[in-house]
Design a protein around this ligand. Structure first.
Ligand code: PPS
Length: 506
């Protein structure tokens, strides 16, 4: 029996391998399934990709701005038999493993990093939807059905809407006498780590300042090429029925909706209106705040000014980005064995526990290797996995507004970068402290006798001796404990955290 929302296994797919694509690929999958990428019906194969690269068109001549591709691990690709209908499908699942769609593969090729590109048509399994805000994730056909006849002004709200943007939207909708369709990109975190959920809430908070509008969440993900990204957005907007698109960035040409490039508005303090900046005498003119200015106000716990941001929007933003002193934070100390990381980390943790501002989790090397990474050794793979685990736990602690203090050696820059990204995506801060005590000093201290053993050839792969340490180029703070007492080193970290607003001055 099949019930709405519950999945029935499909006979042909019973033995098909399952694979959970990366976040960007999942977003593309949803756009393919809903018809937002029409006329595409699946992930592109080599013929289309080549044509796209050469001519900006698919093999059949249809203009298309960007590759829509899927990569899978090599064994999965090699296990397919493209000539056998029963052996050529892959079930694509969400990140928790629930099936979303099947791809009927008609092309595979080696790609990069031991992965294979696969091309083929996708077909929905079950209701195919996933992620929060389901009721906003309407298909283009459903949306076109809802729209009144006539012009449709599209806005891609990829950042919170403040008064200047709202004034531009209202002006464009009025001039065109168009219905407003707001597309909210929910495929990835926005600028500054703003989560899609927060973005949706801020756009809703601005709703009573907009002309009557239809709001849709669309899993758009940027590829990082501004013009092509804009062209793809225009394609998707057109699929949703947009006839005129209010641009937030680049000028566009080619098929799809007409693109309107709004003029820069400024606040006129004579009457409180937003109008074209050049129509306001300079002394009465206030320019819109830049994103970094907005973030800075929020970081310091100041309210966003009412002339600039509707209070309801300001409230959502303040909730999502509380002042630094209340936000989650990861303090990540890296350095050689014996550099003093653990001692400094303990001192910082003790101080913060005394003041009691936030809960403190100390992810000390020995504890981590016992509780979290038991069984791991010191190969590059094991060290990277160890740091990934530490980074993940730390980010979760910080997501819930706690303070995580970590002090592994973390010799590889890429793994440290991953830890930073995880914290940022959790909406938390990340402060990297390089405990840069010179190797000679660490070796002289040799608390555990490991350096002596390594020099004698009794142990292999000791960091600094016969294993690499990539000194950070992105540390917020560098300490050398050969020149500082423990108290001074702890004080330096606390001073940095206070200066940058992460910790309340005492
Ligand atoms: S890593 O690279 O970040 O995963 O290492 P970490 O988890 O911090 O573990 C480092 C501690 O393990 C002991 N140890 C070694 N360190 C470096 N290289 C090798 N081969 C090694 N073998 C064991 C060492 O005592 C480290 O402890 P600390 O507290 O840093 O001195």
């Amino acid at each position: 029996m099949s019930e709405r929302g519950w999945l029935m296994p499909d006979e042909l797919l019973r033995d098909a391998p399952a694979y959970s694509p990366r976040a960007g690929e999942l977003a593309d999958l949803e756009l393919l399934l809903t018809g937002a990428y029409a006329p595409l019906t699946g992930f592109l194969g080599r013929a289309d990709l080549t044509a796209l690269q050469r001519r900006g068109r698919l093999a059949d001549g249809t203009p298309w701005p960007l590759p829509v591709t899927l990569e899978v691990p090599e064994p999965l690709a090699l296990g397919l038999d493209l000539d056998d209908p029963a052996l050529r499908s892959i079930v694509l699942t969400d990140q928790e493993g629930a099936p979303i769609a099947a791809v009927e593969v008609n092309d595979t090729w080696p790609s990069r990093d031991g992965r294979y590109g696969v091309g083929g048509t996708v077909r929905q399994i079950g209701d195919g939807r996933h992620g929060p805000f389901q009721r906003l994730r309407r298909t283009p056909a459903e949306v076109r059905e809802l729209l009144p006849p006539g012009r449709v002004l599209g806005v891609v709200a990829d950042r919170p809407l403040h008064r200047p943007q709202l004034a531009q939207i209202a002006h464009a909708a009025r001039t065109l006498a168009a219905h407003l369709l707001v597309l909210i990109p929910v495929g990835e975190a926005g600028p500054g780590g703003l989560s899609p959920e927060v973005l949706v809430r801020t756009v809703f908070a601005a709703r009573d300042r907009m002309p009557p509008a239809t709001l849709v969440a669309v899993p758009l993900v940027r590829r990082g090429d501004e013009i092509r990204d804009a062209l793809l957005r225009a394609k998707v907007a057109a699929a949703y029925g947009v006839t005129h698109l209010l641009s937030t960035g680049e000028m566009l040409s080619g098929g799809g909706p007409r693109v309107l490039v709004p003029r820069e508005l400024a606040y006129d303090n004579r009457d409180g209106q937003w109008r074209w900046r050049d129509d306001i005498p300079p002394r009465n003119r206030r320019l819109a705040l830049r994103t970094d200015e907005i973030d800075d106000l929020l970081d310091r716990g100041f309210p966003l000014p009412e002339w600039h941001t509707p209070p309801a929007v300001a409230k959502e933003l303040a909730r999502a980005r509380p002042p630094r002193r209340q936000r989650g934070l990861v303090v990540f100390l890296t350095g050689l064995s014996g550099s003093g990381k653990s001692t400094v980390a303990r001192g910082v943790a003790d101080h913060l526990r005394e003041t009691g501002d936030r809960t403190v989790t100390l992810l000390d090397g020995d504890v981590v290797r016992r509780e979290l990474s038991a069984g791991l050794g010191f190969s590059k793979e094991d060290r990277d996995l160890n740091i990934r685990r530490i980074g993940w736990v730390a980010a979760e602690v910080a997501r819930h507004r706690g303070m995580a203090i970590c002090c592994p050696i973390a010799p590889y820059a890429a793994a440290r970068r991953t830890a930073r990204e995880m914290a940022t995506l959790a909406g938390a801060g990340f402060v990297l402290v390089h405990v840069a005590t010179p190797l000679e000093v660490c070796e002289r201290r040799d608390r555990k006798g490991l350096y002596a053993k390594a020099r004698a050839g009794l142990i292999k792969g000791m960091t600094g001796i016969d294993d690499p340490y990539e000194a950070p180029l992105d540390a917020e703070l560098t300490l050398d404990t050969s020149e500082l007492s423990v108290d001074e080193a702890v004080g330096a970290v606390l001073h940095h955290l206070t200066e940058t607003g992460w910790v309340e001055p005492k």
